[in-house]
Design a protein around this ligand. Structure first.
Ligand SMILES: [Zn+2]
Length: 124
């Protein structure tokens, strides 16, 4: 399931095309009909993961830059790099944060059960 999430595919069946655009996840998987919106406020976890990824990468670059260039730290270059990272990483990582959140939820928090599978049945 993790490999499916990393490739921005349905974590349940591996189908591609679960996004309508870069930012819009379809309500259901086009193949297995799995509902991606599992409950109200479901995507808060993905939002937190996205912010954590952006801030983690920023800290890694900023602190790594300081440590690597001591004693002549290029503060302006580090500030510009940090600014660019904080603008681009949340946008680039956005779809991945959603599929990774789906994976983490299904793998650790709320595994698929019989009710989920019945609700995904296209015959219903
Ligand atoms: Zn699917």
């Amino acid at each position: 399931m993790l490999w499916r999430a990393v490739r921005r595919r349905c974590v349940v069946c591996g189908a591609p095309g679960i996004f309508e655009g870069w930012f819009t996840l379809r309500p259901r998987c086009p193949r297995c009909r799995f509902s991606f919106e599992r409950e109200e406020g479901y995507w808060v976890g993905a939002l937190i993961a996205n912010i954590a990824a952006a801030e983690g990468l920023f800290a890694l670059v900023f602190v790594g830059g300081i440590v690597a260039t001591q004693p002549d730290v290029p503060w302006t270059a580090l500030s510009i790099a940090g600014f660019v990272l904080m603008l681009t990483v949340p946008v680039v990582f956005y779809p991945l944060s959603k599929t990774l959140w789906l994976w983490a939820d299904l793998a650790f928090l709320h595994p698929l059960d019989a009710d989920d599978l019945a609700a995904n049945d296209p015959a219903r």
